[in-house]
Structure formats: C-alpha cells, structure tokens
Design a binder for this molecule. Structure first.
Ligand SMILES: Cc1cc2nc3c(=O)[nH]c(=O)nc-3n(C[C@H](O)[C@H](O)[C@H](O)COP(=O)(O)O)c2cc1C
Ligand SMILES: [Fe+2]
Ligand SMILES: [Fe+2]
Length: 413
C-alpha cells in the first residue's frame, strides 16, 4: 500500500484478538502498523504481532520484489511490534536491526539476537538510506524505556511508535485523507472504530474515542514522558505521523498533537465520568439518577458499571472528563472491590486535577464514602461535596442527587 513513492504501509488488522495485552478489550479490533521506506537502502519500521506471518511477508514482497531489507528499525521492542523479527532475519539474512541501547537486552531475551545483529543508535543519530536519511529520537517511557521515534525528514514524516496510536482496525482506509465509507453522506450510519457514524465522519472523529482509550489504558501513566518527548520533537515540522496503531495522520496532525498534549498534561473537558459498583442495585440506582439529573441540564456524562465493565472505558472517561462521581457500597468495612480496583488504576496513572463526588449504600456501618473521599484527598482531587452515604434502599430523600448535580453545575461553570 503506497503512502508516498518512498513510504509503503505493510501493517495488518487484527480483528480476532479479544484482549490487547491480555487486559484491554478490542471491540473494533486493532492494527499493527509497519512501514517500508524504499530508497537506495530499504528500511522496515517495526514488525507486527504473531498470527499474520503470511499476510505480512506477502505485503513486504509485493512492495520490494527481489530486493532485500537493509535495516529493521525497532522503535519499540514490545512484542506487538517486534514478534516477527526472527522470521524476518531468517528470510532476509542481511538485515541489521537498529534500536536504542535499552532495546538490546530485550531483543536478546525475546528473540535470541546477538550484538552482531544490532546497531545501537544514540539520541539524534542519523542513518543514510541513500537519497534520504533517518534520525532517531529516544523517547523513553512512551511507552517502554527503549522506545524511540524515527524521523524521515525527506517526507516530513514521524514514525512515532505507540504514541498517537489508537485502538480500532483500519477498515476504511490507512491514511486519514482517504477515510470514506463509500456511501452517500448523511443517508445512513455505519459501524466504525468508535461506533456508528454517517458517511461524512472524518478519521479524527471516528478514532478519537479509541485514541483516548488507548492513551489512558496504555500510555496514561507516562504523561510526563510524553511531554518531554513532545518538547524534544517540537522543532520538527511534522506533516505526517505514522503511528504503530491506528490511522496515519496527515490532514489531522494538528488535532492529534493537540489531543496528546492535552491528555499528557492531564487536562480534561467539562463533563462527568460516573463509575460505580453495586451488589444489590441500590448504589446503581443512585448512579443512574445522578446521570439523569446531569443529562437533564446538558452536562456531558458517561455511566460505567465497574462490576460488569472492563475498566478500560472508565479510564478513557476519567482522562476525558474533569469530574469523577464515584459510587460504592460499603463492603466489609471498606470500598467495594471493583471500585477499589478502579481507584488503583487511576492512582497508577497519576491522574490529577479532577473534581470529585462520592456516594454509596450501606446497611449497618458506613465506610465507603469516607474512604473514597480520603483517596480523593490524597490524590489532590477537589472534593466538591462531602458525599452521600445512604442506608439500604435508594430514595431521592436519602440520596439527593439534585443537590450533587447543582454542586457539579457550579463547579463546571
Ligand atoms: C460481603 C458484604 C459485606 C458488607 N459489608 C458491609 C459493611 O462493612 N458495612 C455496612 O454498613 N454494610 C455492609 N454490607 C451491606 C451493604 O453495604 C448494603 O447491603 C448496601 O445496601 C449494598 O448496596 P448495593 O445495593 O449498591 O450493593 C455488606 C454486604 C455484603 C454482601
Ligand atoms: Fe507498547
Ligand atoms: Fe503497541
């Protein structure tokens, strides 16, 4: 697949895997992107995950015919991008693997590579491909310590690894300039990476949900590393971002960069992520009432049942929205375990600067609201209201969601 005369896309869609990294659901699939740069020398940027060997090799040989690959650039040694390194070394024995020094023990440990197979590059090193050259920028912890990005100045293109990536297979095109569903605009809606859209939807609106979910789930812990990387790359005039997952960004580079900048600063939009767990439905009923009250006055809100949903989507929404309303019944003198797990996940990602409200049912000795508030205080959240602990069944008298809604409305003014 031609991106430019020099850059070819040889990645694949994975619509079979249920859980990425064994934990994150893939309702719309995922792409593992890999790119060939064909100059006097041929460089391959990253490989793909296992399971697509035949398709991958077919795509590569379609692009390069009988030529060999000179360099395999490993921007990221995580197996979703490095799994086919050994296969490639067998088929194209002349390949030199190019990677940051911290990738070396990983490539040895995962694939048995030796020092002779690898060219370690320092931050800012260049590699000539003939008429163009590659510059390597170390971007540690975006998303692993060995992570780097590769800049092809002749095409103003950044090969960014996981950064700027999104979940969602590429069913409608590879670059954001060619996203079309092929049907007349406005006449129908169709299923895309992030739900139903009509034929006028652009790639950014189709993929931004899945981009935020990807960021929050996988890269979210490393906001400060993302900021460092973005500063390091700020002198580049980037016209194209070739990420390791999701669309190639050409038209929407500015929006994508702005989104990453905002997410990695932990800045969020006005809106409320309501997340709750519930055993017998009382805390759940309170949560639904709060959602209805907030919606009725036009405040954006999402509602997540932590007992049944994977935390992936609640994490997406705690990164997206500036207010968290958290519901938990009291459980053995503590917080209900699925809610505690969510708090742990937020904590691990060092989410900060959020408004906070807690509520929950109990039967004999309330504890959950107090403990959730303690948590919020330790994490520097703004506690908008002392929260509401209510005994047994939910009722508007025991748990006044109109008051909580009013407090939230004031805070979001
Ligand atoms: C395993 C278990 C442990 C509980 N521990 C406490 C507790 O420590 N203190 C308390 O007041 N209620 C406790 N409860 C009672 C629940 O908090 C109470 O029934 C509440 O209404 C459940 O809310 P829900 O309908 O949202 O699940 C416990 C219930 C269960 C099943
Ligand atoms: Fe990764
Ligand atoms: Fe990845």
């Amino acid at each position: 697949m031609k991106i430019t005369e020099r850059i070819r896309y040889v990645g694949v869609n994975d619509c079979e895997k249920q859980l990425f990294e064994g934990i994150w659901p893939l309702p719309f699939g995922i792409s593992y992107n890999s790119y060939l740069i064909a100059d006097q020398k041929i460089a391959l940027i990253d490989t793909i995950d296992k399971g697509f060997e035949e398709e991958y090799l077919r795509k590569i040989s379609k692009e390069i015919g009988n030529r060999s690959i000179d360099y395999l650039i490993v921007n990221h040694a995580e197996p979703d991008h490095s799994s086919l390194i050994s296969l490639l070394l067998n088929i194209y024995p002349g390949i030199l693997v190019v990677a940051a020094p911290k990738a070396i023990p990983m490539l040895k440990g995962f694939y048995g590579l030796t020092e002779d197979d690898i060219l370690a590059v320092r931050d800012g090193d260049r590699l000539s491909l003939g008429n163009s050259d590659l510059t390597f920028y170390h971007t540690p912890m975006v998303h692993w310590p060995e992570t780097m990005m590769t800049w092809l100045s002749a095409e103003s293109t950044l090969f960014s690894g996981d950064a700027f990536g999104a979940f969602g297979a590429l069913n409608h095109g590879i670059t954001d300039t060619v996203f079309k569903c092929g049907c007349p605009p406005g006449e129908h809606s169709h299923y895309s990476a992030s739900g139903f859209h009509d034929g006028t939807a652009d790639a950014f609106s189709m993929y931004s949900d899945e981009m935020i979910r990807y960021y929050s789930n996988i890269v979210g812990k490393y906001g400060s590393a993302v900021q460092v990387a973005m500063k390091k790359l700020s002198h580049l005039k980037i016209n194209r971002i070739c990420s390791a997952h999701g669309p190639i960004w050409e038209k929407q580079v500015t929006r994508v960069e702005a989104l990453y900048d905002r997410l990695s600063r932990y800045e969020a939009e006005d809106g409320v992520c309501i997340a709750y767990g519930s055993m017998y439905g009382n805390t759940a009923e309170a949560a639904r009432n709060l959602a209805q009250e907030l919606s009725s006055i036009g405040i954006p809100v999402t509602l997540h049942d932590l007992s049944t949903e994977n935390i992936s989507t609640s994490l997406r929404d705690i990164f997206r929205y500036n207010t968290l309303a958290l519901g938990s019944p009291t459980y053995n003198g503590g917080i209900f375990p699925p809610v505690e797990a969510f708090l742990h996940a937020i904590s691990a990602r060092m989410v900060r600067g959020r408004n906070f409200i807690a509520f929950g049912s109990y039967s004999w000795a309330p504890a959950s609201v107090r403990l959730m508030n303690d948590y919020a205080a330790t994490h520097g959240f703004s506690i908008l209201h002392p929260g509401i602990s209510f005994p047994q069944a939910y009722s508007p008298e025991k748990c006044d969601m109109k008051t909580l809604t009013e407090v939230i409305r004031e805070a979001l003014k």
